[in-house]
Write a protein of this length. Structure first.
Length: 137
């Protein structure tokens, strides 16, 4: 019982708890943000399972170049347009941004609309281009 009343030991216990939390943080934040796929896996989902690509960038960025067959649905419009993005809610949805950041709000809105399989493209359009995959203008 003396172990827990010694202030030096309490400081060590607190340090262990904090460092454990910091080590676990990347896994916790990744699961909260949603699932991601790289360009290769996204291509496989599109070709093999008919995944729907939803580009959440604004219209000007979409016009500069987007993934083939992508549907433009700016982030602000996702809640209103979510229901009509795919006829079958079991079809995978791939959310695309410019750099892969900021897709968690769209993923949450699509999940709330009833879609079961929602992914964000890791690295976004930039990673897609870097992988040598085509863009449509």
């Amino acid at each position: 019982m003396n172990f827990f009343t010694d202030y030096n030991n309490l400081a060590l216990i607190a340090l262990a708890i904090v460092s454990g939390g910091l080590l676990a943080w990347p896994a916790i934040s990744r699961s909260a943000a949603g699932k991601t796929v790289n360009a290769t896996t996204a291509t496989q989902l599109i070709n093999r399972r008919g995944a729907v690509v939803v580009d959440i960038r604004d219209a000007a960025e979409f016009a500069k170049g987007h993934l083939p067959q992508a549907k433009s649905a700016p982030l602000a419009d996702i809640p209103a347009r979510a229901a009509g993005l795919a006829k079958d809610k079991s079809v995978p949805i791939i959310v695309v941004t410019q750099t892969g950041q900021g897709s968690s709000k769209a993923q949450a809105a699509l999940k709330q609309a009833g879609y079961g399989e929602i992914y964000a493209l890791e690295g976004g359009v930039a990673a897609w281009q870097q992988a040598g995959l085509p863009l449509v203008r």
